[in-house]
Design a protein. Structure first.
Length: 150
C-alpha cells in the first residue's frame, strides 16, 4: 500500500454531515409571510378585520423566519455500527426521507418527541448529499429473502 492511498476497513466509515439553517428556507419564509399578509385585504374578510390582521400575519411569519435562522448549527453522524448521532447523542428511530434535492432526517428524542433536520440544496452540496444517501442506505437492514412454503 502506498502512503497516499486511503486506508480501507471492513466496517463502513463514519459519515459526518454538518447542519445549519438554510438561506433558501429563510427567504421562502419571509416571502410567504409577505404574500400571506398582502392576500388578506383581497380575501373575503371584512376590510377592517383584514387590515388589522396584516401586522399579525407579518409578525408571525417573521418570528418563524427568525426562529429558523437562530437555530444552532449541529453535526449529524452515522457511525460504523449504523447508529445515528445528532450533536453527539444517539437517537432512536432515525428515518431519512428524500424529496427531490431535500433531505429530511427525523427521529425520536429521549422524551419521545419527533425531531428533524432538513438539508436544503444550499446547505448540502451534491457530494455530501451522495455521502449521506450512501450512509443512510446502511441504516436500513437488508430484507431477508422471503421463505417459500414447503
Amino acid at each position: 500500500m502506498t502512503p497516499n492511498s486511503p486506508h480501507w476497513s471492513g466496517a463502513s466509515p463514519t459519515c459526518r454531515i454538518e447542519w445549519h439553517p438554510s438561506r433558501w428556507l429563510l427567504a421562502a419564509l419571509i416571502l410567504l409571510s409577505a404574500l400571506a399578509a398582502s392576500a388578506l385585504p383581497a380575501s373575503g374578510l371584512p376590510a377592517p378585520l383584514a387590515w388589522m390582521l396584516v401586522p399579525v400575519v407579518l409578525a408571525c411569519g417573521l418570528a418563524s423566519a427568525r426562529r429558523h435562522w437562530r437555530m444552532p448549527s449541529g453535526m449529524v453522524a452515522i457511525d460504523a455500527q449504523r447508529r445515528v448521532l445528532v450533536d453527539g447523542v444517539a437517537v432512536a428511530q432515525p428515518r431519512l426521507h428524500w424529496r427531490g434535492p431535500l433531505a429530511v432526517l427525523s427521529w425520536r428524542d429521549v422524551r419521545g418527541r419527533t425531531r428533524h433536520r432538513t438539508w436544503w440544496p444550499d446547505t448540502l452540496p451534491p457530494a455530501r448529499r451522495r455521502e449521506l444517501r450512501l450512509a443512510a442506505d446502511n441504516l436500513i437492514p437488508a430484507r431477508a429473502t422471503p421463505q417459500m412454503a414447503p
